[in-house]
Design a protein around this ligand. Structure first.
Ligand code: FES
Ligand code: FES
Length: 154
C-alpha cells in the first residue's frame, strides 16, 4: 500500500491505496464520488473524465498514486453554493442528455475545451469532444450546449 495526499473537490484527503488502484476507483470507492462513472475502463468512452490540476484526464487511465500531491476536480466539485456550473446549466437548457451516463465526463471535457478555446466553432467543439462517446443523443444538442456556454462566457 502507498499513502497518497490529494485534494479532491477542494477537500484534502490522505489515504492508503494499492499502487495499481485506478484514480476512478479511488474516487468512487474510497471517496464515494460516484458522480464520476466508468463506461468502459479501457480509455475509450470518456465517461470517467475529471480534471487533474485543471486539465481533463480520463480517470480510468490514471493511477491514484499519480494524483499524489495534486488537485482533482470531479463533476461534484464544479457547482458552487448549490448553483449549477454554467456548463451544467447549458446542458440542462439545451436538452444535451438522455440517459445521462456520458454527461459528467462530457461536461468536464467541455469545460477544459473552453479553457483552451473560449470561442470554438462547431467543428472545434466536435473535435474537442471526440474522446467522449454518447450513445443516446447523436451529439447535436451537446454541441449546442457547449456553444451556448461559450456564448454565455463560460
Ligand atoms: S471509463 Fe474511462 S474512458 Fe471509459
Ligand atoms: S446521454 Fe446517454 S450516453 Fe450520452
Amino acid at each position: 500500500m502507498t499513502r497518497i495526499n490529494v485534494t479532491v473537490d477542494g477537500v484534502k484527503y490522505s489515504d492508503e491505496v494499492e499502487p495499481r488502484t485506478l484514480l476512478v476507483h479511488y474516487l468512487r470507492e474510497t471517496l464515494g464520488k460516484v458522480g464520476t462513472v466508468v463506461g468502459c475502463d479501457t480509455s475509450n468512452c470518456g465517461a470517467c473524465t475529471v480534471h487533474l490540476d485543471g486539465r481533463s484526464v480520463k480517470s480510468c487511465n490514471v493511477l491514484a498514486v499519480q494524483a499524489d500531491g495534486h488537485e482533482v476536480t470531479t463533476i461534484e466539485g464544479i457547482g458552487s453554493g448549490g448553483e449549477l456550473h454554467p456548463m451544467q446549466k447549458a446542458f440542462h437548457e439545451n436538452h444535451a442528455l438522455q440517459c445521462g451516463f456520458c454527461t459528467p465526463g462530457m461536461i468536464m471535457q467541455a469545460i477544459d475545451l473552453l479553457k483552451d478555446n473560449p470561442d470554438p466553432s462547431e467543428h472545434e467543439i466536435r473535435e474537442g469532444l471526440e474522446g467522449n462517446l454518447c450513445r443516446c443523443t447523436g451529439y447535436h444538442n451537446i454541441v449546442k450546449a457547449v456553444a451556448a456556454a461559450a456564448k454565455a462566457g463560460e
